[in-house]
Write a protein that binds this ligand. Structure first.
Ligand SMILES: [Zn+2]
Length: 374
């Protein structure tokens, strides 16, 4: 019997055991949908599975050196991936159009660059911009490559599958209705609910769990480059990441500014120091909707931590939370904090819908925050 070994963090072992027994018993599903929070390693697991499926070693898979394993590791083997693209990139000349010796970028070039990024650090949460999507052309490119396979197993990883637009999703649904032999689809998403029910029901659902704080730390240090500043991985950053190495990396870069700003936001709002707060906000990059919402995530995290402080529970980001000095504001009780959390959530969806600018939304939030409790 062939032995299969999928590597990964201990917290996610249960999911891997399930997959390994399906592989061993030769009943691996033709399509699998891995879901779970952003940055916890869904693509990492997808790459492990692809390698195990493509490996041809008679005893131990993945062996790491057979042709199938090398293909799975080759960023140039772009047929094995479907990744979201910015709209300009999605229309880049296809490789057939480019005349010999031309330096023009093709869709394959962009894909190769993305795959390299993902292979270097599969936890990264900011590889694709919010506008990037999977077009029907990308789906067609994938299916047209089906003609030239030979007799080996083919795997296709569809990264951030919820970014398929409607026509791409419909095209993929057709493919799923008649999957070619020895072909496996591995989809990843952190927004399962955004995907077509008809696609979801045709995939085996695999929910991946967040990592422990210790694992987050060790995985970040393993994948971060040499110039990564280890001291930026504070307790507050680990707390904010909630089991996601990708988020920890993201916050290690941004959190210092945002944690302080979130604490100031609360204190200035409570004291009614709006001029100071608006000044501080104008010095940041929060006019960008995406950034503003990442900041508001930190702010809601802080509010939740202030609730924990009141309840005497363990704090997730102790440094920032205690810096607010909530004891100085005796009128702020649990209800005030819960209402504040709701106000932040509402502001986030307003910013996401782009009905008002991010700057204006943040300003009106600070006026509204703790209304009646100031
Ligand atoms: Zn192999």
């Amino acid at each position: 019997m062939i032995e299969y070994t999928l590597n990964g963090p201990a917290s996610q072992e249960r999911a891997r055991i399930r997959l390994m027994s399906a592989l061993r018993e030769n009943r691996f599903p033709q399509a699998i949908l891995i879901d779970g929070p952003a940055g916890i390693g869904k693509k990492r697991l997808a790459m492990e599975i692809a390698k195990a499926l493509q490996c041809t070693d008679p005893n131990m898979r993945p062996c790491g050196h057979c042709f199938g394993c090398r293909m799975a590791d080759d960023s140039g083997a772009t047929d094995g991936w479907v990744v979201p693209m910015e709209s300009a990139e999605a229309h880049a000349r296809s490789s057939d159009d480019v005349s010999a010796g031309s330096k023009a970028k093709t869709v394959e070039d962009f894909k190769k660059a993305y795959i390299e990024e993902i292979q270097k650090n599969p936890y990264r949460v900011d590889v694709f911009s919010t506008g990037a999507f999977i077009s029907v052309d990308l789906m067609r490119m994938m299916t047209s490559s089906f003609a030239m396979k030979g007799d080996r197993v083919r795997t296709v990883i569809i990264a951030e599958a919820d970014r398929m637009n409607e026509s791409a999703a419909n095209a993929f649904l057709k493919t799923l209705e008649e999957v070619p032999p020895d072909t496996y689809f591995i989809l990843t998403t952190n927004s399962r609910e955004k995907m077509l029910q008809t696609i979801r029901s045709r995939c085996l659902a695999l929910h991946l769990l967040p990592l422990s704080d210790e694992e987050v730390k060790s995985e970040v240090l393993r994948v971060a480059g040499e110039d990564f500043d280890e001291s930026s991985l504070t307790d507050d950053v680990i707390g904010l990441a909630v089991g996601s190495p990708g988020k920890a990396l993201y916050y290690a870069e941004h959190a210092k500014v945002w944690c302080k700003l979130a604490a100031d936001f609360v204190v200035h709002s409570l004291r009614g120091n709006y001029t100071d707060l608006f000044m501080e906000l104008s010095e940041t990059s929060l006019s960008d909707a995406y950034e503003a919402n990442r900041f508001l995530e930190v702010l809601s995290f802080l509010l939740a931590d202030l609730l924990r402080e009141q309840a005497g529970a363990r704090l997730r980001m102790p440094e920032t939370t205690t810096s607010v000095g909530l004891a100085n504001f005796p009128r702020v009780d649990a209800t005030a904090l819960e209402l504040a959390l709701v106000a932040v959530q509402e502001t986030m969806s307003r910013i996401e819908s782009r009905r008002v600018t991010a700057t204006m939304s943040l300003q009106s939030l600070s006026l509204k925050l703790f209304e009646g409790y100031k």
